[in-house]
Design a protein around this ligand. Sequence first.
Ligand SMILES: Cc1cc2nc3c(=O)[nH]c(=O)nc-3n(C[C@H](O)[C@H](O)[C@H](O)COP(=O)(O)OP(=O)(O)OC[C@H]3O[C@@H](n4cnc5c(N)ncnc54)[C@H](O)[C@@H]3O)c2cc1C
Length: 392
Amino acid sequence: MIDLEIPKKLTALLQQARLVADNVFRPISRKYDTLEHAYPKELDYLAALLDGVNEGGGGASAKKLTKDKAQKNGANLAAVLGMIELARGDVGLALTIPRQGLGNAALAAVGTDAQKQQFGDQWIAMAITEPGAGSDSAAIRTTARLDGDEWVLDGEKIFVTAGERASAVVVWATLDASLGRAAIKAFLVPKPNPGMTVVRLDHKLGIRASDTATLALIDCRIPKANILGSPEIDTKKSFAGVMKTFDNTRPIVAAMAIGVARASLDRTRELLRVPSAPSDRGHASHVEVELERLEAELEAARLLTLKAAWMADNGIPNSLEASMAKAKAARVANELTLRCIELVGPRAYAEGELLEKWARDSKILDIFEGTQQIQMLVVARGLLGKTSAELR
Ligand SMILES: Cc1cc2nc3c(=O)[nH]c(=O)nc-3n(C[C@H](O)[C@H](O)[C@H](O)COP(=O)(O)OP(=O)(O)OC[C@H]3O[C@@H](n4cnc5c(N)ncnc54)[C@H](O)[C@@H]3O)c2cc1C
């Protein structure tokens, strides 16, 4: 039976994440939004602290969560709840914690024991998107060919989160573009590599503390063992292997959306002096009713997200629920953060308030890891029992 109670054993983790959000992220939030491409060096200290906690065997740090993800012991639920707290502090900074890249999730989901051993302590970005391949990842044109004991990668990747800061990148490339999805594989490219260079960093609307890089791969050579999953091209299986990563990561993006929305709602209540307990005046103001509507939307998103994570922890296929959670949570965060600005008024639109930043930060959550429209497609396919070829 489904159980979405927050387990007691997570109390310490969530307290830790809350402290980081309030005392590490919030005080530097505006600084790194303004500095944009400057690396938030304060996070090195945080990463070292988390490592220390791990090595001591106590607590449940972010690194431990990544490692535990494969172990079906509530780690997905822990990761989602922890991310809600961190994103309440700052989404861009949460995306910049060393060794917590999207590539780390891919390694945890589909890496071999040897690869996990070799790359477990690295900060790994994930490079899927190309100028001609965004939502339609089957259109990837970056190539991989075997040359003796090495894979040779050639192509261009855009919008790579942590593409500059990460110490390795999981690069998606095709073994044979004529064979479509089935020939797309993921490769672990450690840095530095003379064949992989950062071409530029993008200036963005939000999550400016997180670097977004364009990478050029020219005769980029890596060991033969660095392929994630099997090198066989199985046209029946499509690219289920690499796509599996998203079942774990979409609820995490949903968690980011819930965190930033929570932050906006709490700050709005504070500024408008509307406490979360219902008023006992016998009637509610328009603002109170509106805030309760937003609370209900947020709670619906939160419950969907916890359900998707709970299913992953219990070995139940959750692609449909992971997409439902991300679609709902990101849409709610977009609407809610803007509505909070309207409710508070001009003060919320000014740089003196983080409310304007949170509205900007929230937009990306409805774009990366699959846009709103793509999540709806995945949901529709799941409900109607259609394949990606039948419904596109
Ligand atoms: C800040 C940032 C960070 C990112 N980080 C990463 C990263 O780390 N790694 C990575 O690989 N990528 C990353 N991305 C890329 C991101 O995942 C893509 O931008 C996203 O998948 C959309 O692809 P696209 O930009 O090519 O848009 P397109 O696919 O061209 O879509 C444009 C519009 O058309 C809609 N659309 C597309 N296809 C359909 C369809 N079949 N039905 C209905 N509507 C459709 C989309 O929803 C969207 O609204 C990042 C992007 C940004 C902006």
